[in-house]
Design a protein around this ligand. Sequence first.
Ligand SMILES: Cc1ncc(COP(=O)(O)O)c(C=O)c1O
Length: 395
Amino acid sequence: MKANEIFQEYNDHVLLTYTRMPAIFVKGKGSVLTDIQGKKYLDFFPGWGVGNLGHCHPKVMGAVREQIGKLIHIPNNFYNPHQAKLAKELVRVAFEGKIFFCNSGTEAVEAAIKFVRMYGQGKKFEIITTVNSFHGRTMGALTATGQEKHQKGFMPLMPGFKYVPFNDINALKAAVNGQTAAIMIELIQGEGGINIATKEYVKAIRQICDEKKILLVFDEVQTGIARTGEIFGFKHYGITPDVMCLAKALGGGLPIGAMIVKKELADCFKPGMHGSTFAGSPLICKAALGVLKAIYAEKIMKNVKTQGPYLIERLEGLKFKYDIIKEVRGLGLMIGVELTVDGTAIFKECFSRGLIINCTQGNVLRIMPALNVTRRQINKAIHILDGAIEATLKG
Ligand SMILES: Cc1ncc(COP(=O)(O)O)c(C=O)c1O
């Protein structure tokens, strides 16, 4: 198919739920994507947080190749060795707990919503989340998402949710009551504009949850799998959640989600209470095992701890040069550049110059390269971004 035909087919037959950039990608390796015309792009936002190891990582490809000819899918009324191994590995690096596997971030959040409601036994059912959070697109996760722009037109939402300003412990205290079953937060609001939870805030939430027997849920769909320089964001805080949601980078490009709950809570779910046909298949679990193996064998977190601060330093350099840059913030390789102006034109200019980044909340450039990104690639990205800002300002 030629490019024009592909655009036409999308136009005629694919629902318009996304704003798409006019590029057709056919190949990816590490931080480089190649389009149908052979143009190469430096991908500093691989898969919206899916590509923590970059595109087509050899350990993920190897695991998938090895498994695909043996057994792709087996439903969850049977056992498969790769799910057992993945559960063991995840619990080992997370916390003593048990896992429910699913296929995406929104499903991990739905599982958490159902889990905390079951924990509340009908007496405690309210879930408190934060303003500007993002938890997914299905009805429960959409309701949990503290942003009206995503909910508009889909009313009525699920009852039993409350939203409080992020990093505001007094607002949270005021929102808690006898019906509160859980508090759910992202440690760094990703879609909300790279807003980092303070240590005092997270510590205080844990304290409230312990005092009032409320479950603490961390949505680590975006912050998890080494993105921040630790395997999970919560490791920076020294605070362990009761429930954690994972997805995105866990499958190395293949769809997987997971909800991990503390072992002592695990009995809340009994057979038949929740499920998913595709989830935890041998193929997907094998890919996820390949991801975890690569992260540790290739010292990926060490690279994040080196390249993250370097990227921030280079972005700070651009802040000196351009006063439209208000703030550079981030942890590890999850970085936001807040502008005083709308960022769409800059993001588009970067794209046309061969650099893929993201723009969220209108004025925050979100930069989340693969975690094995090199210094050379960072220098090249900064060069492109610099040129793109200059060109945009000149109009
Ligand atoms: C923190 C967080 N939770 C949940 C989701 C939803 O994940 P998915 O798109 O896989 O359903 C996202 C997606 O961006 C996310 O960033």
